[in-house]
Design a protein. Structure first.
Length: 172
């Protein structure tokens, strides 16, 4: 076995870095467009890193790849992009508004926000099922309900309405 051929990148490193960065950023934009409900309980960049690093590292382990180094360079690029975007979003709040999800209001003063429901492809029945998990039987008992960036629904009841902690389970 020739260790140099196995471990050293077979393509120019700059090209591998460009491919990894372009793929990461393109998928981040696409996942941002589909909405936070679809990404579930983990952050958008976390989801991207897991999927893309596994794919990039897997390519280096398969016989069809030129070298393990190819996969490692691409995986390292994606990890760097993830950390870089998180650091930049922390440093510049305006950028954070573009790359980080924000809570979306689903109910305001007992009224469903139909635009937000359409945006997240949610039905009123799905939201009502989450209200029942919190011990609320009707939307009129809710001052505010938000779809949080992690995919969960948080509920602020109107004064006088009690809630129950939701059980741990699959996210909406």
């Amino acid at each position: 076995m020739d260790w140099t051929t196995t471990l050293m990148p077979s393509m120019p490193t700059v090209e591998l870095i460009a491919r990894g960065a372009i793929t990461f950023l393109a998928l981040m934009v696409l996942l941002r467009i589909i909405g936070q409900r679809e990404s579930g309980g983990i952050g958008l960049t976390d989801l991207l890193v897991v999927v893309l690093v596994a794919n990039a590292a897997g390519a280096g382990m398969m016989a069809g790849a030129q070298s393990v180094g190819d996969g490692l360079v691409v995986a390292a690029t994606m990890l760097f992009c993830s950390v870089g975007i998180d650091a930049a979003a922390y440093r510049w709040p305006r950028l954070a508004r573009l790359v980080k999800s924000r809570p979306r209001p689903l109910i305001t003063d007992g009224q469903f926000n139909r635009r937000a429901l359409r945006r997240e492809f949610m039905t009123e029945q799905e939201v009502l099922s989450q209200l029942r998990l919190h011990g609320i039987s009707d939307a009129d008992e809710v001052a505010r309900a938000y779809l949080e960036p992690n995919g969960m629904i948080s509920i602020i009841p109107r004064s006088g309405a009690g809630t129950v902690e939701p059980p741990e389970g699959p996210r909406v």
